[in-house]
Design a protein. Structure first.
Length: 262
């Protein structure tokens, strides 16, 4: 199968597929960070604004700038209540459109594996925060097979089919995150795991929701109907339902934080 690029162009579909997961992990992440109120934040790879909304709700920021390459995602972000404070614009994580020392905190939420050069992305985060400023991220443990989509990805791979995956999955490993942060010259580097759960009403709810993923959809679209039926059967066996038909499973993210030296 030819390598395909994952494009996040539909903010509403992304919200249905990833919004609950993102908010659950983001809540725990912010509990861990416990940032002071009133900071100037940049949310890099803000997507449809799911984490930006949490920043506005919980952190009383003085400013939030959301940056993402997808206008489709940004259009959805601008419909959120957070847009009364947060500003959203297109931009590249490896070339942020802001001056040095413009923010008190820089965050990437569930983004780093999509950045072609993660080290460059981290260096840009460091550049735009003030000395003593926070540089933080959390990313699904894709390399460890614990992302929300891995119950399906794992079965696709077991069938000998190569699924569409992000370009830098290695950056999701905890040791890789720590190395990136230390390599960027950050101080007080700390890491933690975040485990969250999600329940779907039934298998059909699980399947149709996850097929909204721009990573899964193109892979499944290339499969024969017989292979799709086999995949569904394999995934169904992997995720047994409870007595009421509900499907519950967990995903794990890796988080890291550090500070720009003063």
């Amino acid at each position: 199968m030819a390598e395909q690029q994952i494009r996040f162009d539909d903010g509403a579909s992304y919200e249905q597929m990833m919004g609950i997961w993102s908010r659950s992990a983001g809540e725990i992440f912010l509990d861990w960070l416990a940032p002071p109120l009133g900071l100037r934040w940049i949310d890099i790879g803000c997507g449809n604004g799911a984490f930006t909304e949490l920043l506005v709700e919980r952190c009383s920021p003085a400013e939030v700038q959301g940056i993402d390459p997808s206008e489709g995602q940004l259009a959805f972000a601008r419909t959120r209540p957070a847009s009364s404070l947060a500003k959203f614009q297109q931009g590249d994580a490896m070339a942020l459109p802001f001056a040095d020392r413009s923010f008190d905190a820089a965050v990437m939420a569930l983004v780093l594996v999509f950045v072609p050069d993660p080290a460059k992305g981290v260096s840009e985060m460091v550049r735009v925060v003030v000395p003593g400023g926070a540089v933080v991220t959390y990313m699904w443990d894709m390399a460890g097979g614990r992302s929300p989509l891995d119950p399906i990805h794992s079965e696709i791979q077991a069938m000998g089919i190569v699924p569409t995956r992000p370009p830098r999955m290695d950056a999701s490993r905890m040791e890789a995150l720590r190395d990136l942060w230390i390599g960027a010259g950050l101080e007080d580097v700390q890491t933690r795991e975040i485990t969250v759960h999600r329940t779907f009403a039934n298998f059909d709810d699980f399947w149709t929701t996850n097929l909204k993923s721009p990573a899964l959809r193109p892979t499944v679209a290339t499969m024969t109907s017989g292979d799709v039926e086999m995949l569904i059967s394999r995934v169904r066996a992997r995720l047994p339902a409870d007595a009421d038909g509900r499907i519950t499973y967990s995903a794990r993210a890796h988080a890291v934080r550090g500070r720009r030296p003063k």
